[in-house]
Design a binder for this molecule. Structure first.
Ligand SMILES: Nc1ncnc2c1ncn2[C@@H]1O[C@H](COP(=O)(O)OP(=O)(O)OP(=O)(O)O)[C@@H](O)[C@H]1O
Ligand SMILES: [Mg+2]
Length: 261
């Protein structure tokens, strides 16, 4: 692990201007993550979490501050070096319904101009990594919601990203499938070594997966609290019953209850 943080979100802020007026979504957010670290971000609806992810990913220009990934500025340098090695996955899986599973997973590689043989070989590897062997030729409509989220995750991993940005990827899943996906995500993160920023509305999911849990305030948001999660890895579902786990969940819940009115 290098001394330089992998991800630095530095004094970032965003005000949206439109004909209807201006909306200050994010007042100021600072976050830093070491390589391979897993950061969970919690915050009330509308506080700017998706906007934050889009600013980290080079999709939405901040009105203040900057982001750097592996020492490269996202907003102050040209050439897109910083964002070349990051990937997104969202709440809805956003698969192309008329593509097979392997073609969906291989799409980022096709966009990069990789030859067909190479990208299909990689898609098959990724199918195995996310537990979808045998479904390579299936269509998205033949898969369950949880399986589609796995495809979405596999597609995000296709480019071997250093940084993975996840915007409530499991929000639409039932509790049992979600536990399963959390275990899978933990295993995949270990296998890939990627740095991950996960946005979630679930306090227990944030604690279960995170090395750190960042709690944002209501809009215009700032970092309200940061909790280190020192539970051993790999985390297990049974760990959620331990007093350490529950204490953390309670502490975070009381942070959220302590928002200014
Ligand atoms: N393109 C835009 N133009 C104007 N306002 C926007 C735009 N995108 C987001 N906003 C506003 O910025 C604020 C933050 O939105 P954002 O989607 O980032 O919130 P969020 O924390 O992801 O919410 P949720 O938890 O519901 O997904 C909201 O008030 C929203 O209306
Ligand atoms: Mg959002």
């Amino acid at each position: 692990m290098s001394a330089q943080p992998e991800l630095v979100v530095d004094n970032i802020g965003k005000t949206f201007e439109s004909a209807a007026g201006s909306v200050k979504a994010i007042d100021r957010i600072d976050i830093s993550a070491k390589a391979g670290e897993f950061i969970s971000v919690l915050g009330p609806s509308g506080c700017g979490k998706t906007t934050l992810l889009r600013m980290i990913g080079g999709l939405e220009r901040p009105t203040q501050g900057d982001v750097s990934i592996a020492g490269h500025s996202v907003w102050k340098s040209r050439g897109g070096e910083a964002v070349r090695s990051l990937a997104f996955a969202f709440q809805d899986s956003r698969l192309f319904p008329w593509f097979s599973i392997e073609d969906n997973i291989a799409l980022p590689l096709r966009l990069r101009g990789e030859p067909k043989e190479k990208r299909l070989a990689r898609a098959r590897e990724l199918c195995a990594l996310v537990g979808l062997q045998g479904f390579e030729k299936a269509q998205p409509r033949q898969l369950s919601g949880g399986m589609r989220q796995r495809v979405s995750l596999a597609r995000a991993l296709a480019i071997d990203p250093r940084l993975v940005l996840l915007d409530e990827p499991f929000g639409a899943l039932d509790a049992m499938t979600r536990d399963q996906m959390n275990l899978e995500l933990q295993r995949i993160c270990k296998a890939t070594g990627a740095t991950v920023l996960l946005i979630t509305h679930s306090i227990s999911e944030a604690v279960f997966l995170g090395d750190k849990v960042v709690v944002l305030s209501p809009r215009p948001s700032h970092v309200h609290a940061v909790h280190e999660v020192n539970l051993p890895r790999p985390r297990t579902i049974a760990m959620q019953e331990t007093s350490e786990f529950q204490q953390l969940v309670r502490a975070i819940r009381s942070d959220i209850a302590g928002y200014p009115a």
